[in-house]
Design a protein around this ligand. Structure first.
Ligand SMILES: *Cc1c(COP(=O)(O)O)cnc(C)c1O
Length: 371
């Protein structure tokens, strides 16, 4: 196999160029209206997301981390409270809990590499208020056992769906199972903007009322301050770009699922790899493949080998699960999470990839294992 390609993990410039004219047009349109803060483009995006997700309330906010912080504030999580969070997540999930003054309690993952209800149950104390499933890589957690757990212990469910816009479990979208769900529009996310952005969703009218105040300085519809709030508004310009991208979002998901299927078919007989579920593997799940993350024998050598072939891969979150950030005071042993992080590797997964790129990546992985 010749080394003829350079495949970046994510290709921002290519993505921009694809619909550059439309983006420039949107920029001109929004700026010529001077419509920057809480304007119609944001309202339209929020309405479109309501329909797409089948949820009652959507608020565009500064980013996915702020979405979590505002959500936790809106349900009165604070000092003395504990929230159970899987250690297999981005630091932001746990940080949001800490930043509202509560304590993030980390638990292990199950065989699906997502929050394990059994490990979560072991972490419940009299101070536990909520469980935060994180739908990592665009797969909605198996919610039934988590809902059962929450019911038995009278806990709230709050969802970090930053990686899972449009992902479903038993026909329901990620983010719509709990008190609230959060999304990120970070540029490399499935629906990414040109900078930071996020959203929070809820079906609870009371929570919605608090969120609308929290994100805009505690101001009601008439501009009167009626509670403490902050500034966490999704820029109207970003909302306009996102609204445009949302039109073709279902096709983007379809393309990701097709790429996942190609990887799956090509690798399913390689015993050196632990693959994520294929797109058609379960009748309960619709995965959107924010990432294609697998476990790989000789992971570090494979990464190096692929880099030499021009293929960029990523070890998610620098290879460190949250509970191993010792400076944050964690000191637990979570065997499944630790085993996962020793082998995890993400292959390129995005809509800029061509079929030749995918075949090149597949050939390179197979040739590393001499298959
Ligand atoms: C991206 C991400 C976030 C944070 O989103 P930002 O928009 O970057 O603040 C939170 N949780 C998970 C799992 C993420 O992947």
């Amino acid at each position: 196999m010749s080394n003829t390609r350079t495949i970046p993990f994510f290709n921002y410039p290519a993505l921009f160029r694809e619909t550059e004219q439309e983006f420039v047009q949107i920029f001109k349109d929004v700026c010529s209206r001077g419509a920057y803060i809480l304007q119609k483009d944001l309202l339209e995006l929020e309405d479109n997301l309501k329909k797409f997700l089948n949820v009652k309330h959507v608020f565009g906010v500064a980013d996915g981390t702020n979405a979590l912080i505002l959500g936790l504030k809106a349900i009165d999580i604070g000092p003395g409270d504990e929230v159970i969070v899987p250690s297999h997540t981005y630091i932001a999930s746990a940080a949001a809990v800490a930043l509202v003054g509560a304590t993030p309690v980390l638990c292990d993952i199950g065989d699906d590499n997502l929050i394990d209800p059994i490990s979560a149950e072991q972490k419940i104390t009299k101070n536990t208020k909520a469980i935060m499933p994180v739908h990592v890589n665009g797969r909605t957690c198996a919610m039934a056992p988590l809902e059962d757990l929450a019911k038995r212990y009278n806990l709230m469910i709050v969802e970090d769906a930053a990686q899972a816009l449009g992902s479903k479990y038993k026909g329901k979208c990620a983010g719509t199972f709990g008190k609230f769900g959060t999304f990120s529009f970070y540029p490399a996310k499935v629906l990414g903007c040109f900078g930071d952005g996020g959203a929070i969703i809820t079906n609870d009218d009371e929570v919605a009322k608090k969120l609308s105040l929290l994100r805009d300085h505690g101001r009601d519809k008439n501009g009167r301050v009626i509670s403490w709030g902050t500034n966490s508004r999704l820029d109207n310009l970003q909302a306009a770009f996102l609204n445009f991208k949302l039109q073709t979002f279902p096709e983007d998901i379809q393309k990701r699922r097709e790429i996942a299927l190609q990887y799956h078919e090509a690798f399913k007989n390689l015993e050196e790899l632990d693959l994520p579920p294929g797109p058609d593997d379960s009748q309960h799940h619709i995965d959107i493949y924010q990432n294609y993350e697998m476990g790989a024998d000789n992971r570090d050598e494979l990464k190096k080998y692929l880099q030499e072939k021009g293929i960029s891969t990523i070890i998610q979150w620098g290879g460190t699960p949250v509970h191993q950030f010792k400076e944050l005071g964690f000191n637990e042993h979570l065997p499944k999470t630790e085993a996962f992080f020793k082998k995890c590797l993400m292959l390129p997964m995005n809509v800029s990839l061509s079929y030749d790129d995918i075949n090149y990546i597949i050939d390179a992985v197979r040739s590393f294992y001499k298959k």
